[in-house]
Write a protein that binds this ligand. Sequence first.
Ligand SMILES: *Cc1c(COP(=O)(O)O)cnc(C)c1O
Length: 427
Amino acid sequence: MSDETKQGFATRSIHAGASPDPTTGARSVPINQATAFVFKDADHAAALFGLEESGFIYSRLTNPTVSVFQERVASLEGGVGATCTASGHSAQLLALFAVMDSGDEFVASNKLYGGSITQFGHTFKKFGWTVKFVDPVDPENFRKAVTAKTKAFFTESLANPGGVVCDIEAIAKIAHESGVPCIVDNTLPSPALCRPIEHGADIVVHSTTKFISGHGNAMGGAVVDSGKFDWSQNDKFKSLSAPCGAYHGLNFHEKFGEMAFTMFSHAVGLRDLGPTMSAMNAYLSITGAETLSLRMRKHADNALEVAQWLQQHPAVDWVSYAGLKDSPFYALGQKYCPEGAGAVFTFGVKGGYEAGVQVVDRCKLFSHLANIGDTRSLIIHPASTTHRQLTEEQQVSAGAGPDVVRLSVGIEDVEDIKADLDQALNI
Ligand SMILES: *Cc1c(COP(=O)(O)O)cnc(C)c1O
């Protein structure tokens, strides 16, 4: 609806994709647990199966509650369509599944979430997909890794640990000069703080488990398509611009235009791989998304204040947060996340490994766990947990050396957050 697209971000966070239930008048989005939906008649069934008409068949492919969340996330990112999935990892699988064939390559940032490094570097090998990791701090590194088999670039807008802000515009430009889409994981800033499509990204992926849902109670992922990439500009993207055997020779790009990627992700990706978001998790995530802009503003304000305070703390060696003026990523942060550099950052505690472990153990308000993006403040010592399998050298290069503590600053009162860290640091 043209009017809806003109509405502001906070309004769309609450309303995009949803309207009062036409049967009951229910104002919040109903949780539709049905697995299957009745056809009006045989012609209706045939039209749905032939992708001639949109509607609901079976909840592995589409579901009314999940559809609302899909429209919501697509609207917030400024895309034409979205596919929601069971987790952030399955969103990454689906995003690449539409563009990759066995034997293909993609170029990815080496500063990704640790789970993504493992998924790309080890598990995707089983599909015959090869990843080439490059340092994203110099965008030209992406160009140097391109070969005839490259099908996509993948980076995070804002990466942890280390507070790295990627130059999305420069990376997307090189992707387009190479004839491939630029996929951006926008989990850390969320669309409230950064919208990669406005800077040239073609596909945005999310772990909605984190800030979009925001309450630490629903796993989920999303793949958003900008609708701008021309899948027929070369012969690289056979799933999207060549006849599809599983749909009587249908060519997705010819038939669906800017919706080709999203239609493929539902009709083939979700149908055949099956990582569907549950209606219950869509409902919880819709409820979470309604407060996204308020929460992100508070997260970012609290994080900046805590980061500045930690910089002055006698027990702290260094603080790495893109919102700090002395961060090497401050300028890029101002460009891509002008309203705040998010809630997640790292700092180094004096006394190394032992001190890092003790700080985490002594926190009371902060929860010690392996997650980010919750309303609650979260803390972890990567070297003794998420990065413990690596050598010390590998830990340091991943920004997870022995002295590193990672925070996901919550939206509690900032004085309470600082007081908890202060008592934990004063060993
Ligand atoms: C958590 C996370 C993922 C993976 O998402 P899940 O929902 O845990 O599968 C991917 N990227 C980033 C940046 C993350 O923080």
